[in-house]
Structure formats: structure tokens, C-alpha cells
Design a binder for this molecule. Structure first.
Ligand SMILES: Nc1nc2c(ncn2[C@@H]2O[C@H](COP(=O)(O)OP(=O)(O)OP(=O)(O)O)[C@@H](O)[C@H]2O)c(=O)[nH]1
Ligand SMILES: [Mg+2]
Length: 272
């Protein structure tokens, strides 16, 4: 059993990812075959969210601090059992995961959070608690202007890990989300070198020099995916959002996510 969390900037696609993951209760992709069973009501609600929003061509609601979310306890807590069918001659693996999906603004505030901001401290403390084995960290912006900001932010995050003695016993699955985007789709095959190493060079350097290399892996992922195996057009329609980063699923019958399960499997293998 593993406890993990999902963090990353606002609109990185964290909640959509979880809804998509739960919606495909039986998933047979080119590279993976898994089944997923929600174990609590919060997790079951995610599949409903996917049906009522993503499949209807609507975005999920942003996870915002405020009206409903005042403490970590106000955030949903998801529990799943995932069975991954191995490649030929490999046995099935079953993993149980408990996880929280944090509001993007908590991650973005890491760099400038003040000591008095008790909600922020509460979130970070929970994320880095001893029984949390690691986190799925979604990045989405790849424009080089964001590189310095993320590099500084990660430096601060590693200081916070160090303060809680988690620097050498915490796994980080670092993901470039929404990788169906044409400019970055070819980089999905080697995201460390062809995405992070090209677009977020300083961030990559900060990450690699701060934590042991066996505790970090880089992934490319897309909840929406592309239109088909021989049709690499994004299965996505850009929508007008307040921050310009809103998109919705373009062709629900052809919905085929890319790489949703791999980072979870790797995170779950953590031995602390
Ligand atoms: N292009 C594309 N857009 C996506 C994908 N996944 C999510 N989105 C869109 O990205 C926007 C933000 O998605 P959310 O899931 O709300 O992002 P979040 O990381 O949970 O954001 P906060 O809750 O604000 O922290 C929405 O418009 C989604 O429809 C994807 O795989 N590809
Ligand atoms: Mg969210």
C-alpha cells in the first residue's frame, strides 16, 4: 500500500488525470493493460466527474482554496486498487494507492509562502509526511520563460524536504502533462532529455543535483491523448479559460489517454 500525493501548478491537469484514470476501469493500451477499482466514495465520485464533465466536452472544476477548502481535511482523499497486467510472462501486480490532489496554488506559493500562512504549511507538511512515499509532480508549461521560476521553486521544495528529513527517502515522478500537444508529442519517448532537457533545462539541473538519481524519474503523459495510433492529432479542443490554459476532450469515442499508469507503478515500488 502506498500513500502518495499529486502536486503541480494550477491547470496542470491533476484533477482531470485522476478522473480519467478512474473512468477507464479496464484499460488496454498499446503499452499497458490495467484495471482500477475505487475503494472509497471520493474515488467513486471521480468516475462520475469524468462522465459528467470530460465526456461532455467540459473541463473539471479547478481545485481552489477558499469556499470549500480551508484545511487539508477538506480535500477529497482517494483510495484505489490497481491491477497491472505485466508484459508477456510477467506476473500481475496489484497496488493499493491512497492519494490527495492538492490545489495548484499551494504548489505555486511554495516560493513565496510566508511563515504565517498556516494553511500552506499544513498542506506541505502533509505532502512530505513520513508515511507519504512520494509524489506525482505535473508540469505543463514548457516555454523557457517559466524555467527559472520552476527551478527556484524546486530548490525551495528541496529545502522543505531537507527540513523534514525527506531528501533521500522520497520519490518524485516528474511529469510533463498534456503531452499530446504537437510541439512536444515527439519528446514523449525520452522526456528527461527531449522535454525537460530542452525546455526546462535549469529545472532539470536543480532536480538532478538535489535528490538521489534512483528517487526521480521523468514521464510524459496525456489524459486526453491523440486521435489514433496513426492519427497523431491531439484529441483536444482549446477552450477559452480565464488563464488561457483550458482545453476539453475533442472526440470522446476516440478517448485514449497516454501513459497514465506508469508513474504510479514506479511510485508505488518505493521502499522507505
Ligand atoms: N490539452 C490537454 N488539456 C488537459 C489535459 N488534462 C487536463 N487538461 C485541461 O487543463 C485544464 C486544467 O485541468 P485541471 O485538471 O483542472 O488542472 P489542475 O492541475 O487540477 O488545476 P488546479 O485544480 O487549479 O490545481 C482543464 O481545462 C483541462 O480540461 C490533457 O491531457 N491535455
Ligand atoms: Mg485540480
Amino acid at each position: 500500500m502506498g500513500n502518495i500525493c499529486i502536486i503541480g501548478p494550477r491547470a496542470a491537469g491533476k484533477t482531470t488525470y485522476l478522473a480519467g484514470l478512474t473512468y477507464f476501469s479496464e484499460y488496454r493500451g498499446d503499452r499497458t493493460h490495467y484495471s482500477i477499482q475505487p475503494l472509497n466514495d471520493d474515488a467513486r465520485n471521480l468516475a462520475t466527474t469524468a462522465k459528467e464533465t470530460i465526456l461532455q466536452g467540459l473541463p473539471v472544476d479547478p481545485t481552489r482554496l477558499g469556499d470549500r477548502i480551508h484545511t487539508v481535511e477538506d480535500l477529497p482523499y482517494y483510495s484505489f486498487q490497481i491491477t497491472v497486467k505485466g508484459k508477456l510472462f510477467q506476473p500481475k501486480t496489484t497496488i493499493q494507492l491512497n492519494l490527495r490532489d492538492y490545489p495548484g496554488e499551494v504548489f505555486e506559493k511554495i516560493l513565496h509562502a510566508s511563515e504565517e500562512d498556516s494553511i500552506h504549511a499544513e498542506f506541505i507538511n502533509e505532502c512530505l509526511m513520513n508515511d507519504v512515499s512520494g509524489c506525482l509532480l505535473l508540469f505543463t508549461e514548457w516555454e523557457s520563460s517559466t524555467d527559472d521560476f520552476y527551478s527556484d521553486l524546486m530548490s525551495r521544495f528541496f529545502t522543505m524536504m531537507d527540513e523534514r528529513s525527506r531528501l533521500s527517502n522520497y520519490r518524485l515522478a516528474i511529469v510533463m502533462s498534456k503531452c499530446e500537444r504537437g510541439e512536444i508529442w515527439p519528446g514523449r519517448l525520452d522526456p528527461e532529455n527531449d522535454l525537460f532537457g530542452v525546455y526546462l533545462k535549469n529545472t532539470l539541473k536543480t532536480i538532478k543535483q538535489s535528490i538521489p538519481k534512483q528517487n526521480v524519474r521523468f514521464y510524459a503523459m496525456s489524459t486526453f491523448g491523440v486521435l489514433g495510433r496513426y492519427d497523431p492529432r491531439p484529441n483536444r479542443t482549446d477552450a477559452l479559460g480565464s488563464d488561457g490554459r483550458a482545453s476539453t476532450l475533442r472526440d470522446p469515442p476516440r478517448w485514449k489517454p497516454y501513459n497514465l499508469i506508469e508513474p504510479l507503478c514506479w511510485l508505488n515500488a518505493a521502499k522507505i
